[in-house]
Design a protein around this ligand. Structure first.
Ligand SMILES: [Zn+2]
Length: 415
């Protein structure tokens, strides 16, 4: 049992933030009590209750990244590396990635594509306490067409029958959620982001079978045709949702945005620390529509696609700064990285808020991230399911070079 106190606390509950002294009592991995420090019923507990006092700092729920790839290294060529590595090598990389995420305060992550169910192995090791890392939601290999986006992860299936069978196979292997590639992507040769890979029937079969098994479906969709199809079949989240048109341009389709809002399909927009650099290098042509979607009532969850090229896992805070840069308020960004993401991912009963009964996923940061998201880098405490974690020493983030990125291919004049 341990008590944590700080001047401020972002609870992400209806009772709101505490700004005049807050306390959280943690016992057996869970939050036993949380509230105003002045209200803490100290007489109920031993006098020598172990306590950590952070003073001029803010307690907040552990952060959530709704889209990562532990098996990608975030370097210049993660696909090449994954294809060259043995499963044993991949597993070691994934352990490092998991620790990098936890080292920057990410206590929950959804891995949306790994091979050989290595994500399930890593998840189970974390749950068992063999390895420290974020709580993981796993998807196994993304379901894709033969030769389609990320085929090299092993999830090729064509037509409704094969797709349904692969959902069942993934379920048997113990995945938490399903990922389907509704369109092509930027990272796979011969795959185009605006191309809607799966016919309606196959997509519908994935959703039908996953929901029957009580699992969510995350649809990777860049192009408008794929986004439209994904909404029509009732997926739970749309990844990227970048509204790429056939000429390679990006332009939000208001009618589709309104349908996303009406159908309560959350968008996981892949805003990450390099997105601002890409926006600037493209002369403003590339602007993720997070604020416009949010303003139209679409639920946005923080997601980085970390691991993809030039996007290290430990660049997470830069993703939240990018969401703010592109027009979301800091409060909305903080919610999308905690309570909102937990709710969308079906984890409200477990994490995302500071409330008695939930898992003790708790951060303390110097300063106040409501005034400056950069304060999230001033980590004083990382508590994952009640266990204190000492962050690893992390390598500095690389300068983003647009010309080196596969996404550069879509910008005129940049190859
Ligand atoms: Zn991804």
């Amino acid at each position: 049992m341990k008590l944590y106190t700080a001047d401020r606390m972002l609870t992400q509950t209806e009772s709101g933030d505490i700004t005049n002294g807050a306390a959280v009592l943690v016992a057996k991995g869970r939050i036993a009590w949380a509230g105003r420090a002045a209200d803490f019923p100290a007489s109920n507990y031993p006098e020598a209750l172990p306590t950590r006092e952070f003073g001029d700092a803010t307690l907040l729920p552990g952060l959530i990244d709704a889209h990562v790839h532990l098996g990608f290294d975030g370097g210049a060529n993660p696909v090449q590396r994954m294809m060259a590595e043995t499963d044993a090598e991949q597993l070691l990389l994934m352990v490092r990635s998991a620790r990098e995420l936890l080292s920057v305060g990410v206590t929950t992550a959804r891995d949306l594509g790994a091979r050989s169910y290595l994500d399930v192995t890593v998840r189970d090791a974390i749950t068992a306490g063999v390895l420290q890392g974020p709580r993981l939601l796993t998807a196994g290999s993304p379901i894709t067409t033969t030769g389609g986006h990320c085929w090299f992860m092993g999830g090729e299936a064509d037509g409704a029958h094969e797709v349904r069978k692969l959902v069942r196979t993934h379920h048997r292997a113990g995945v938490d959620t399903l990922k389907i590639m509704a369109t092509g992507g930027f990272m796979t040769a011969g795959s185009a982001p605006w191309f809607a890979q799966f016919e309606h029937d196959a997509l519908a079969a994935a959703v039908d079978e996953a929901h029957r098994l009580n699992k969510q479906v995350a649809a990777h969709a860049h192009g408008v045709a794929g986004i439209e199809r994904a909404i029509a079949v009732g997926v739970d989240t749309i990844e990227h949702c970048s509204f790429v048109h056939e000429d390679g341009s990006h332009a939000l389709v208001p009618e589709l945005a309104d349908r996303l809002a009406a159908a309560q399909v959350a968008v996981s927009p892949t805003c990450n620390f390099r997105t601002v650099a890409m926006h600037e290098a493209s002369g403003g042509q590339f602007t993720p529509p997070v604020a416009e979607l949010h303003d139209r009532g679409v639920t946005i969850i923080a997601s980085t696609d970390s691991g993809i090229d030039h996007t290290p896992h430990h660049a997470y805070v830069g993703a939240l700064e990018a969401m703010h840069f592109f027009g979301m308020s800091r409060d909305a960004v903080l919610a999308s990285a905690t309570s909102v993401a937990a709710s969308v991912l079906g984890l409200s009963h477990e994490t995302g808020r500071i409330e008695a009964g939930l898992a003790a996923d708790l951060l303390a940061v110097r300063g106040d991230p409501r005034n400056d998201l950069a304060d999230l880098r001033q980590l004083e405490l990382v508590l994952a399911r009640g266990t204190e974690f000492v962050p690893d020493a992390l390598s500095p983030l690389p300068e983003f070079d647009l010309a080196q990125s596969p996404m550069a291919a879509q910008f005129g004049g940049v190859r």
